[in-house]
Design a protein around this ligand. Structure first.
Ligand SMILES: [Fe+2]
Ligand SMILES: [Fe+2]
Length: 292
């Protein structure tokens, strides 16, 4: 079945609805009752720490974006500055508060910009390069938001199992509801670029090379300790038992748009490799906040 054509007007409409229906979550709207803080801490500390940090790092994402996309469109700017960033920062602040409630130190945010971003940024004034960066930004965003959707679902299950229904419902439950709309924005935007054949074959080729060579899962920032922390998150959420399914959830869109499902590809192999590597690093070295 042919897919419906995606227009910028339809994407803007989506963004406006997102803004209207999902104002940033207020700290006073959550019930912070925790029955057994020690149990939650022991089971889920690395998970909550990782999620808080990644949510708070959106300010770095905005800096990266400004580096990569100096000629950003009004639609993209409106989404990330007026809708997405305020929502994500609220997620981060609420999770950070949860960490403190659990007796954990607040998240330490990594705000450096990786060198490869700076290099790409140096070439970003070239429109042909900027279009590649824009496509990769949407693909990265889609994979990241999908990862968030799955992580928050799993975390809800874990908290419910522990009987921690207040934070499960009012903290994680509220955050979880805002992530699919973010995914939809990136998915529509990336699909529109492919549908309109914005990128020439050489640009698509370069996009594949850059993605394959420079792939990193969100929040790992090419730092080994953070990779090990992601491993701890995957184990904590019991996703280590089904890494392939998780890789498929995250990478399905990218396999279709970037790789045209080459040779029946269900997800790009670098997704699974990065996940496996994180789990291995955690099993070998463990993870503790002090090590970062
Ligand atoms: Fe979020
Ligand atoms: Fe999000």
């Amino acid at each position: 079945m042919a897919r419906a054509t995606i227009t910028s007007a339809a994407i803007m409409q989506h963004v406006l609805i997102l803004q209207d229906e999902h104002p940033p979550i207020r700290l006073d709207s959550v019930d912070r009752t925790i029955l057994e803080p020690v149990v939650v801490r022991e089971r889920l500390a690395p998970v909550i720490d990782y999620l808080a940090r990644v949510e708070l790092e959106v300010d770095r994402n905005v800096l990266e974006l400004l580096t990569l996309l100096p000629g950003v469109s009004e639609l993209d700017r409106y989404f990330y500055q007026d809708v997405w960033q305020p929502q994500e920062i609220a997620h981060g602040l609420i999770l950070d508060r949860l960490q403190v409630d659990l007796g954990l130190p607040p998240a330490e945010v990594f705000l450096g910009i990786p060198m490869r971003m700076k290099l790409l940024g140096a070439l970003a004034h070239l429109p042909a390069v900027q279009e590649i960066s824009r496509f990769l930004y949407y693909l990265t965003g889609a994979a990241t938001e999908k990862q968030a959707v799955v992580a928050y679902s799993r975390l809800t299950t874990q908290l419910d199992r522990l009987g921690e229904t207040a934070i499960s419902r009012t903290v994680i439950g509220q955050i979880k509801r805002q992530e699919p709309g973010h995914y939809a924005f990136y998915q529509m935007s990336a699909t529109q670029m492919v549908q309109d054949e914005v990128l020439a074959p050489w640009q698509m080729f370069l996009a594949r090379v850059l993605r394959e060579k420079g792939f990193a899962l969100v929040g790992t920032n090419y730092v080994p300790e953070y990779q090990a922390q992601l491993g701890a998150v995957l184990v904590g959420l019991e996703l280590d038992l089904e890494l392939e399914r998780y890789a498929k959830d995250m990478g399905r869109l990218e396999a279709r748009l970037l790789w045209a499902n080459r040779n029946g590809m269900a997800f790009p192999p670098y997704f699974l490799e990065a996940l496996r590597q994180s789990v291995d690093m955690y099993r070998e070295k463990g993870f503790s906040r002090q090590a970062v």
